[in-house]
Design a protein around this ligand. Structure first.
Ligand code: FA5
Length: 345
């Protein structure tokens, strides 16, 4: 049986051994030495079992006191080692050097479509238009019906789209926002709304399945085709910084009456004909027209008082023409070398 000094010796020995522990594995080995199956406390339990009945109470108390002291010291040592591990890890972490990061990894550049979009936004903002945002997912009503394209109308074939399983659609054109914006602001109204559009399209040098348009609408008293032509001309000469040849020809869209196709002289071949313009010398860029009265009515506009024009500028094609990019697929290709060489200047 242990003397009182014996319990103290065990505790002192535990303190000595604990001080030698530098990591959690060594500390765990020490814990097993004391609390394991063949450990010190197992031997003490044996001693208690074999002790004279009159001594059992005293021995039991001493063992419990020793156990409490050792358990408490063990816990504080465990915390101390854990904290040291984290501290060492933090101390050894490489220092975050902002300067180094900036110099070694130059910042990215804006995508050419973003640059063209911002240029157009600035031009229209300067002419009193607000810039509006609209979702990429919409529904049949906004994408077609509110634009005077009822179900089963043959005009739907012009824009083969992607339907979601819940019946919604990926917007095929930015015109899908017209109704929402008319309802939001009423008349008079000047707004442009750029956005990504999706079509189930045969891809070639001037057609993508994912491309950008910028819609514009102006609704006020006495708006006519001459207002429309003025805004289109101003926008194009400002985007290109020089006069560009355009042609206006009749075009059919159920949501405008009359409707036009505004084509731009191909800036890649100068009008001679190339794959980028399908060898025609012209590129369809910005269909437009006077907003159909039914569309105005759907948008809650009083057609006795107001009229308006709308256009759907092909932003991706505008970027092709502005920057001389021969193939539209370059824009979605993700080749940083190709995409990082453009500026707004
Ligand atoms: C429309 O999308 C009509 N919503 C435009 C409109 C608005 C007409 C308001 C009248 C009034 P269209 O399908 O032609 O029209 O597309 C408009 C422009 O988007 C085209 O001239 C072209 O520049 C661009 N575009 C159309 N399809 C693609 C495509 N697959 N890839 C790249 N650009 C495209």
């Amino acid at each position: 049986m242990q003397t009182t000094d014996g319990y103290e010796t065990i505790y002192k020995e535990f303190i000595r051994e604990t001080n030698l522990c530098a990591d959690l594995d060594t500390l765990e080995a020490l814990r097993l030495k004391y609390f394991g199956k063949k450990g010190v406390f197992n031997d003490l339990a044996e001693e208690l079992k074999n002790a004279e009945p009159e001594n059992k109470r005293d021995i039991g108390q001493k063992i419990n006191t020793l156990k409490a002291q050792i358990t408490s010291l063990f816990a504080s040592k465990q915390t101390e080692i854990s904290e040291n591990v984290y501290k060492t890890r933090i101390d050894n972490c490489p220092v975050f050097d902002e300067e180094l990061l900036i110099n070694k990894n130059p910042l990215g550049s804006y995508h050419p479509i973003t640059l063209v979009q911002r240029t157009c936004e600035e031009i229209f903002r300067g002419m009193g238009f607000t810039i509006e945002d609209y979702s990429e997912i919409t529904d049949d009503f906004n994408c077609f019906e509110a634009l005077n394209i009822p179900p089963f109308h043959p005009a739907r074939d012009m824009q083969d789209t992607y339907y979601l399983s819940n019946g919604q659609v990926l917007k095929t054109h930015t015109s899908a926002a017209q109704n929402t914006i008319m309802k939001k602001y009423g008349a008079p109204l000047r707004a442009v709304f750029p956005g990504r559009c999706f079509r189930n399209e045969a891809i070639d040098a001037c057609h993508e399945n994912t491309f950008f348009q910028m819609e514009g609408i102006m609704i006020d008293k006495d708006i006519s085709v001459s207002n429309l032509i003025y805004f289109m001309k101003t926008m194009l000469s400002e985007v290109f910084g020089h006069e560009v040849k355009v042609r206006l020809r009749p075009g059919f869209f159920p949501f405008v009456e009359p409707g036009f196709e505004l084509d731009i002289n191909c800036q890649i071949c100068g009008g001679k004909g190339c794959p980028s313009c399908k060898n025609s010398g012209w590129l369809e860029l910005c269909p437009c027209g006077m907003i159909h009265p039914k569309v105005l009515e759907y948008g809650g506009i009083d057609i006795e008082e107001y009229s308006g024009f709308a256009f759907g500028l092909g932003l991706t094609r505008l970027a092709m023409m502005k920057y001389g990019v021969k193939d539209i697929r370059t824009f979605n290709g993700g080749n940083i070398k190709a995409l990082s060489q453009f500026t707004n200047k």
